[in-house]
Ligand binder design. Sequence first.
Ligand code: UDP
Length: 482
Amino acid sequence: MEKKTKPETETTAAPIQREPIVPEKVPRNDGGKGSLATAEAGVSLQERRKRPRISETPPAPPPPPKLDDYEPIIGRPELDELRFLARYLRGKSVKMVNSTAVGGGVAEILNRLIPLMNELEVATKWEVITGGNDFFEITKGFHNALHGGEYNLTKEAREIFMTYNEQNRARMEFVEDLFVIHDPQPAGLIRSKERNRGRWIWRCHIDLSNPHPDVWGFLRPMVEEYDAAIFSSPAFSRQLGIPQYLFYPCIDPLSEKNKDLDETSIQKVCDDFGIDRSRPILTQISRFDRLKDPVGVIEAYKLAKKYVDCQLVLAGGGATDDPEGAAVLQEVMDSAGDDPDIIILNLPPWSAMEINALQHASTILIQKSLKEGFGLTVTEGLWKGKPVIAGAVGGIPTQVIHKLTGVLVHSVEGCAYQIRYLLTHPEFANQLGRNGHEHAKENFLITTNVKRWLVLYQIMLGMARPVKPDKPAQVAVAVTAD
Ligand code: UDP
């Protein structure tokens, strides 16, 4: 759709300070009457944009899906393959350990993975290490340092790290056949490894491409005691004396965030947030973080809008209790100015269904990150069959193969160009969406993740052999291709 361009010099009013978003809190379950109520109350979309209706209570968690529930998505042969692979592992036991039961991507994946493994009769336990504030402050510092940040590694920090690892070691039993330790926090549990008993795997979910040398120097000897390490991207791996494997992060297609939604639910969320579905919708879902470049997205939208009609939705959360998030949200609001077509939503943490609906309703999904781990929002967009425009950083190029499963951009101008191009070439945009969906289905679903674990367990227990153990990326291909 072409839009008449206003000359840039023509301003009709002085810029107005954008009002802070004051969501109108509504109970989540209003019987699906939200849009009707909105219409009855005569609330215009413009008004709704100023006071979006955001649910004030977390929904009750749905029961976890069963393996058979995935059949309509991945098909019976894939499920049979999982059962076939698992058959050889019956009677084997696995312990997975991480540092939090809720919050964060790892806990989200484990919440889905553990029940599926047990349903496959691969007895899997999940345990969470405990620690005081001093421990978690240190591990947070480690986390940032492993991502390349500054850190002063003191003797005291090393001692606190090891003391808590020792305490957890003393309280836990290590009698399983396989141990999967997630991330650096519990890495010291490796001291419980006994010769000839159990195989130990370190699953690293973070970007280790540029780690702080002192922190990595401290952790590395522990990591090298493991029998294998797993990374989320070839670029994140390190030179290690143990085999390394590539496992992609994954999404659950049956979760609230990713399941299919009916048209009424999508429409209701759009009504609640004042989004006009008769016009193109560009959306970026992200924490309000400078590395996600929300202001760059606004600039790209403004450039594109000179040529094509569109609305921009920037939806994120975590800004209220994160001082930097609040500052970035303010920058975003300042940059949006009084443009009524920019809709900024500060969502509570229980907004999975709303995010799902926003992604479904969007014409294009954007993830213009300047730095990124993997970028699960990209996976979510691909899975929903949407054309995705994303920054060519971190794990994003693994997901977005340029002009095949989406488009990669390196600048505001590039992003604006792609917005304009995709909005004026809907057939191409749709094709990207279809390809993206297939790519996500093949590589980034929880069921694929289950398969990788089953094959890796077989390798670790000597029941199967990797094809080229000296080349991590190729090993991973061998694991996934079987
Ligand atoms: N997300 C969310 N609420 C928000 C913003 C993001 O639930 O307000 C979700 C988003 O849908 C995705 C995850 O948080 O599942 C973000 O993961 P990603 O890898 O994209 O970025 P990260 O925040 O981990 O850097």
